[in-house]
Ligand binder design. Structure first.
Ligand code: SF4
Length: 295
């Protein structure tokens, strides 16, 4: 049973440093109910353990008012905000709290560009607001999609929408002024890196009118390593030896990375995309910290 803790925040957006396609980050929730077995965000919440990261969610209930304060300042330069750089803005808590519509209204009022990435079809609830925002500011909508196999998805991302539903989300948003993309990450060695899976993902990305695809192989920082390998030992023990041999530290083995890069290059040629994204996004983010590249 998920426990929700309502809190208030002083500042809605936080400045991000580094080579990224956005300047600010806004997270409504601390913790995430999607329960992904490879969750990259665990290490960014060192003060929480993995059990309460997934089951005890902190909700910044005043975030829309706080955002309005920031955006109405004469110092605000209308730089790009990444909505949900750490945890998914459309995670299950959002069904209950409905904070995104209020945030989108503020963004429309101040014509502020955004990028939103999610694993949930709940984003369709706010379709009209996102459509309206895309008419006054640049908007990028991305879905993180790791597999076309729904059994594998259910295993590794139990509380998310079906992969097919996420492709439908992108298809719908491709009808707006927003650019759309697939965040194909993390690619999990020996589980989601098969040619068949990657081919299916690229093919669907093209079919749903995505402008770009970003790929990244699983990184295992901090607690993520422990949680991920516990999952593998329990649910897919035959893969434990093979996967752990590839992870002497938190990055995957170099040779594996090079082979994957080649596969990905061939699929980009096979399935060319529109490439008209509104907000610049790197296509290969393999060397960036995963918490920043996910969204
Ligand atoms: S959606 Fe992102 S933050 Fe949420 S559990 Fe999955 S990986 Fe973690």
């Amino acid at each position: 049973m998920t426990k929700y803790n309502e809190i208030t925040c002083k500042t809605a957006c936080h400045k991000i440093d580094g080579f990224l396609p956005y300047e600010w980050d806004l997270n409504i929730y601390r913790g995430c109910g999607h329960h992904c077995k490879y969750c990259f965000a665990l290490y960014s919440h060192k003060y929480m353990n993995s059990v309460n990261f997934f089951d005890e969610i902190f909700v910044k209930t005043n975030i829309a008012e706080s955002l309005e304060k920031q955006l109405s300042s004469k110092n605000w330069k209308r730089e790009v905000i990444n909505l949900g750089g750490v945890t998914d803005s459309y995670q299950p808590a959002e069904e209950k709290y409905k904070l995104m519509p209020e945030i989108l209204k503020v963004l429309i009022k101040y014509k502020t560009p955004v990028t939103i990435s999610t694993k949930s079809k709940l984003i369709l609830r706010d379709y009209d607001l996102i459509d309206e925002l895309s008419k006054v500011a640049s908007v990028n909508i991305a879905c993180t999609i790791t597999t076309i196999n729904e059994t594998v998805r259910e295993l590794i991302e139990p509380n998310t929408s079906l992969s097919s539903e996420r492709f439908e989300v992108l298809k719908e948003f491709s009808k707006t002024n927003a650019s759309t993309g697939v965040h194909m990450m993390p690619v999990i060695p020996y589980l989601t890196d098969t040619y068949q899976n990657l081919d299916g993902l690229f093919m669907n990305a093209q079919k749903c009118g995505a402008c770009y695809v970003i790929t990244d192989i699983l990184n295992l920082r901090g607690q993520t390593r422990k949680v991920f390998f516990e999952f593998i030992k329990n649910k897919l023990p035959h893969l434990y030896g093979k996967i752990s041999a590839l992870y002497r530290n938190y990055f995957v083995d170099k040779e594996f990375r090079m082979q994957f890069k080649e596969k990905s290059k061939q699929l980009r040629i096979k399935y060319p995309l529109k490439n008209k994204r509104k907000i610049f996004v790197n296509q290969e983010l393999e060397h960036l910290p995963q918490q920043l590249s996910f969204f």
